[in-house]
Design a protein around this ligand. Structure first.
Ligand code: 3AL
Length: 174
């Protein structure tokens, strides 16, 4: 799908297509529709990024809280979104050894207890070992640093999801 096709979408189709580029936050997509026409994929991405940046800190934390834990309960129960399932599988989160799974669960809980939002990282840009390393290192940060870091990762995830939708055959069917 090219950018002129994106600009021609009704808000219903726009939200149906792009509603999960920020995990479980279709309200962001719905808001950004008003900022069309977009001159390019980058412009659409920038509109989403600007919208997120304009939110109060509580809104940014809300976005982080919409993300499932890596290798967490949703993965075990099969209740992840399609995008998240693919991303987590790509980073080997569905194939952890029992030792790795235990460590991931313990560190995820420690992180959430400290920051009151979950650890978020762009799984498609990291492998299993790096995710575990970052999780243990980032547990030591200050809350404001981690809030900003988590939001940076949300934007990376968003960029890759947008690219998958706009640059693959699946999206051409629209
Ligand atoms: N918690 C967390 O980072 N979740 C995610 N990361 C990613 O790339 N996809 C997700 O669902």
């Amino acid at each position: 799908m090219d950018i002129s096709a994106v600009n021609a979408l009704s808000y219903e189709d726009f939200v149906n297509t792009f509603g999960n580029v920020v995990e479980k936050c279709p309200v962001i997509t719905a808001a950004v529709w008003s900022r069309r026409p977009f001159v390019s994929l980058n412009a659409l991405e920038a509109a989403i990024s600007d919208f997120i940046d304009e939110l109060p800190e509580s809104g940014k934390e809300g976005i982080l809280r919409c993300h499932p834990d890596l290798a967490g309960r949703d993965l075990q129960r099969g209740t992840l979104t399609r995008e998240s399932r693919q991303e987590q599988a790509g980073a080997g989160m569905d194939a952890l050894t029992s030792g790795e799974a235990e460590r991931m669960a313990r560190l995820n809980e420690e992180y959430k207890k400290r920051f009151e939002f979950p650890f978020v990282i762009c799984a498609r840009m990291n492998d299993k070992a790096n995710i575990l390393l970052q999780l243990s290192e980032r547990c030591q940060n200050e809350r404001a640093v981690e809030r900003a870091r988590g939001i940076e990762e949300v934007k990376k995830i968003c960029r890759l999801r947008l690219q998958s939708l706009l640059l693959t055959d699946g999206a051409n069917k629209l």
